[in-house]
Ligand binder design. Structure first.
Ligand code: PEP
Ligand code: MN
Length: 356
């Protein structure tokens, strides 16, 4: 479907990269909202994010303060002139947020993965005029992301932005949510006028990754950043590990190098990014394989079997080099790689079996 997006920039916001949205993962108290917001406003941040309703993985955790938090945002807005942004996941959220004058709505990754929820939000937005930012779904499915965007667009909302917040994976190693930059880049290729925002907080899941991920997003031509910032990150009620103080945010933003370039899918940096992503995946797969090897070691130990089963070793080497060849890989290369993997796996098993 063809879509023509309009700018999400609100009056008084410069069209300058990066567009910065910052604020706590969750609104916790009026004081926390005000203290964090005022510090951010002082540093020139114009859009304040805060979760009011929190989609938590398991029940029983902090699920957001709910509607009582909306007047706090209203107060912040009137005292600082900042715009406010809130996550919505249901019709009731949309109605409440708009009733309290929230300026920008965003839709979270779990919600974007659910077409029923996206349609409910779209229906609630009919006849309304508010910019909506749509996070990628938790799973790396571009069509599902576009489908969600289309539902909101069809409701008459044309000020739409897309947020890359990474994708969920079983093995959380380096990133909390694996970035797959080629997915938002493909979205931009298909819809050149869509505003692309990166969420380094939810991709990285830790403070140290915010700066490099933000830089990467700038290098890839993203328009904006949504970053979690809290006046007292260590004591945040949600996502404490990834939140940074407004002062740290300022330092990160000041050290960003923003080159004025348009994203090109052919660009060297995009290719290098793909290589980095693939290398991360290779490392995660190695780690997974070694874990399974140790489980095998536990089994062998229990059944008093020897570690090295030569038949199995030959099978792995022959089968893999043959398969590799069929995939256009050099047979010797594949053999070398699998010899190294196998020998490390044997070493780990021997170590496991001889443990205590
Ligand atoms: C959030 O922005 O606080 C949030 C819950 O994000 P996501 O939907 O990306 O998990
Ligand atoms: Mn969060």
């Amino acid at each position: 479907m063809e879509m023509k997006f309009e700018s999400i920039l609100l009056p008084g916001i410069e069209a300058k990269r990066p567009l910065v949205i910052a604020g706590p993962c969750s609104a916790e108290s009026e004081e926390q909202v005000m203290t964090t917001g005022k510090a951010l406003a002082k540093q020139g941040v114009k859009i304040y994010r805060a979760g009011i309703w929190k989609p938590r993985t398991k029940p029983g955790g902090f699920e957001g303060v709910g509607v009582i938090g909306l007047p706090w945002l209203q107060r912040l807005k009137s005292e600082t002139g900042m715009y406010t942004a809130v996550e919505v996941a249901t019709k009731a959220h949309v109605d409440a947020a708009l009733a309290f004058g929230v300026d920008i709505l965003w839709i979270g990754a779990r919600t974007c993965a659910n077409p029923f929820a996206m349609q409910e939000i779209a229906d609630a937005l009919k006849g309304k005029d508010v910019p909506v930012l749509i996070k990628n779904p938790v799973n790396p499915d571009l069509e599902l992301w576009i489908g969600g965007i289309e539902r909101i667009y069809n409701a008459g909302i044309h000020r739409i932005g897309a947020i890359h917040r990474g994708f969920s994976s079983y093995d959380k190693k380096i990133y909390r949510n694996l970035p797959q930059w080629h997915i938002p880049i493909e979205l931009r290729r298909r819809f050149p006028d869509i505003c692309l925002i990166c969420d380094p907080s939810h991709i990285g899941g830790k403070r140290e990754l915010i700066a490099p991920l933000s830089q990467q997003a700038m290098d890839l031509g993203f328009d904006g950043l949504i970053i979690e910032s809290h006046c007292d990150p260590d004591n945040a009620w949600s996502d404490a590990k990834q939140q940074i103080t407004p002062e740290t945010l300022q330092i990160i933003l000041n050290t960003l190098v923003v080159r004025d370039q348009k994203v090109s899918t052919e660009s060297l940096s995009s290719l290098r990014n793909q290589i980095d992503e693939i290398d991360d995946e290779i490392l995660e797969i190695f780690a997974k394989r070694m874990r399974v090897s140790r489980e095998i070691a536990a089994y062998k130990k229990e059944h008093d079997m020897q570690v090295l089963q030569t038949g199995r070793y030959d099978e792995i080497l022959t089968k893999r080099s043959q398969e590799g060849k069929e995939m256009g890989l050099d047979e010797e290369f594949v053999k070398t790689v699998f010899e190294a993997i196998h020998s490390e796996s044997v070493r780990q098993q021997v170590e496991f079996i001889n443990r205590k």
